[in-house]
Design a protein around this ligand. Structure first.
Ligand code: HEC
Ligand code: HEC
Length: 263
């Protein structure tokens, strides 16, 4: 059992020890210990911001989240800096992708966002990575042949993405991408990005989402080789986009965003 007097003595000794430590710290000439936090344009600084703001949707480590992987050098090399900056600053209208800059209450300033994009490229990018197909990233609304898109879908996609999920079957590897309600949640750009770059982070799945370079599967699940062309991608997006039951669902996501909207 510890007697009260001893406890007081211990406390006094500790106080003296701490006080002398603090005093030592102020000896003249001792360099101050100041470690600057890593800046956002470095791999380390970028990682903190990413895990706080993006990881929940784009995956811890930039892979295997519900939203597309960011740790994809081919993808990062294909998206121009200004487009990346705009998506991060303003979000993507009508989707769950939030904006982090602009007039939002919690806005990150433009310089910090620019630095963040640099940090992400430093960590996960590779400027010389080129898509096997060289198909441009940006979706351009315009003339496309949705009927041809439907034919392509039947010839290359439907066995992985059945239009309706067969009840009680475990044969399917992926969800329906023709469901009108799914299509209300994702933009045409998201459809294009998914088709052009695939999902290189799902290697453990029974079958990966291929990039536009393929290989694909025919209606019976047999391998089909041959890359999609840029206009094939346009046609597939036009087909899927035409199946939306109504325009993109645009939820008021936060008070911060409504502040922006009332401007
Ligand atoms: C070998 C199987 C396979 C083939 C072939 C395939 N996909 Fe996929 N696809 C996947 C998997 C796996 C995913 C990711 C898991 C998921 O989202 O359900 C995916 C994801 C997607 C997504 C993104 C879903 C989302 O919002 O996250 C789209 C869009 C898509 N595929 C369209 C297509 C189109 C169009 C084709 C034909 C050109 C195609 N896929 C061919 C397996 C495949
Ligand atoms: C609440 C979930 C969520 C958070 C948080 C989030 N995103 Fe997203 N992000 C999405 C969704 C969903 C999409 C697809 C939107 C669409 O349909 O176009 C997306 C799209 C994107 C795209 C465009 C993909 C393309 O098609 O080329 C980029 C780039 C991106 N996000 C980066 C980020 C970064 C970086 C952060 C953190 C600073 C972040 N996102 C935070 C959900 C999120």
């Amino acid at each position: 059992m510890i007697r009260p007097m001893m406890r007081v003595n211990t406390a006094v000794a500790l106080t003296i020890a701490l006080a002398s430590l603090a005093a030592c710290d102020q000896l003249p000439g001792k360099p101050a210990l100041r470690v600057a936090p890593p800046t956002l344009d470095t791999a380390a600084g970028f990682a903190g911001f990413y895990s706080e703001n993006c990881a929940g949707c784009h995956g811890a480590d930039g892979t295997q989240g519900p939203a597309r992987p960011m740790r994809d050098a081919v993808y990062l090399a294909a998206v121009p800096d200004d487009a990346m900056f705009n998506m991060l600053r303003n979000g993507i209208e009508g989707t769950r992708m939030p904006g982090f800059g602009g007039n939002r209450i919690t806005a990150v300033d433009d310089a910090a966002l620019t630095a963040f994009v640099k940090g992400m490229r430093t960590a996960w990018g590779n400027a010389s990575a080129t898509a096997p197909t060289n198909i441009a990233w940006a979706h351009q609304p315009g003339k496309a042949d949705a009927e041809h898109g439907r034919e392509l879908f039947d010839a290359r996609c439907v066995s992985c993405h059945p239009r309706t999920q067969p009840v009680g079957s475990s044969a399917t590897v992926s969800g329906s991408v023709t469901d009108p309600f799914y299509l209300r949640l994702v933009s045409d750009q998201h459809l294009r990005t998914s088709i052009v770059f695939g999902r290189n982070d799902l290697n453990s799945a029974p079958a990966n989402m291929p990039s536009a370079a393929g290989p694909f599967q025919d209606g019976n699940g047999q391998r089909v080789d041959g890359a999609l062309s840029s206009s094939d991608v346009d046609d597939l997006v036009a087909y899927l986009s035409g199946l939306r039951s109504s325009p993109l669902y645009a939820p008021p996501t936060s008070a911060a965003q409504s502040k922006d909207e009332t401007k």
